[in-house]
Design a binder for this molecule. Sequence first.
Ligand SMILES: [Ca+2]
Ligand SMILES: [Ca+2]
Ligand SMILES: [Ca+2]
Ligand SMILES: [Ca+2]
Length: 445
Amino acid sequence: MIGSQLISNVVRRFFLAMVLTGLLTGSVGQAASYQKRGGTIVDPILNKSGIAHYYSGPNFEPYANLANANVSNADLTSANLHSANLTGADLSNAHLTDATLSRADLSGANLISADLALATLTDANLDRAYLAYADLTDANLTDANLTGAHLYNARLTSADLTDANLSNADLRHADLTSADLTDANLSNADLLLADLSDAILSGADLRYADLRYADLSNANLRHADLTSADLTDANLSNADLTHADLYSVDLTWVYKIDTTRGSPYYYGNTVLPAGFDAVAQGWTLAPYCDFTPDAVCDLADINQMFQAGNLVTGVITSGDTDRLDLFENDTIDAADITEWLTWAATANGHGSPYLRGDTEFDRDVDITDFNTLAANFGSRGAWPFWNEGNFNGDDNVDITDFNLLAANFAPSGYATSTIPEPSTMLLASLALILVGVSFRLSKNG
Ligand SMILES: [Ca+2]
Ligand SMILES: [Ca+2]
Ligand SMILES: [Ca+2]
Ligand SMILES: [Ca+2]
């Protein structure tokens, strides 16, 4: 009896010890650490109250796979998470001050109210990330992808957003004071009530952006594209508009428009406030054939039309290509090329339109134009430019383009009213040269 009781006691103790050991090793195994910039390991991760965080999973370090990790409220100050996969992770309310998240994938991550002041997020993917109320003061977001990101009420004071993609982002009420948004893409962004005072928006794409009630006082908008942006009740006090694009912008309710600096480009569809004298203000009226914009209609503009797609089959317009639809029917095609040739000739002081075949717009269709076409004859695949001998805007330089050139052949110029004798013999020999080119091309490939 005594012997068997002793054995059972030993067995019980042994099992108790096993269970305790299991619990201890289990809890130690579950705790996760994080790596700081400079290499220091913080083990375990604490929450903001200094208590061990409940998170159990892979350690937080560069290149770690941390998809869907839940570290809400964690203290990850100065963490090094370069190239980490944090898609769908919960980092809400976390301390990430001074952290490195360069090239990290944070698409769809929850960063609501996170502290990211001074954080490095260069090339990070924040596609549709939740950043409402986040503190991104002085953060480096150069080249970051913030497409469709939720930045409602976020603090982005002095943040570096150079070349960042913020298209369709929700930036309502965001604080972007003194932020650097040079060449940033803010097309279709919601900037209602955003504070952009002293912000650098040089070269920024603000097409179709909602800037109602936005504060743009002292903002640098040099070369910014404001096509169709909504500036109702926006404050432009002392803003620099040098070479900004005001195509299709309604400026009726803009505050302090008369205090702006520089000469922007405006168009026939730009609505100016009552009593505002754009000419006295030094603004430049640009013709509709100018897409670039520089108030000049030249090869750069027609080539932009050619890049829209195949103009023989026709391209349905979108927000991006709407202004190329000069003969308005929501399709960019041959009629728009014809319209452009008329607009551009008028804008450049000529009495008749430019003609198909004139590769360099020097008002003749001659051997130089032919040589350009011949040099590119047979090229296809992309969208050969007008100055490469593509006159119908499709994907090639072929006999159709030659026929357009031949129909307008005028070596002594088409500006003169006297119609020269058709150079039938010359054209016939030029056509023979092309037959030779075609033959060589078909032989080679
Ligand atoms: Ca232009
Ligand atoms: Ca059209
Ligand atoms: Ca020419
Ligand atoms: Ca062609």
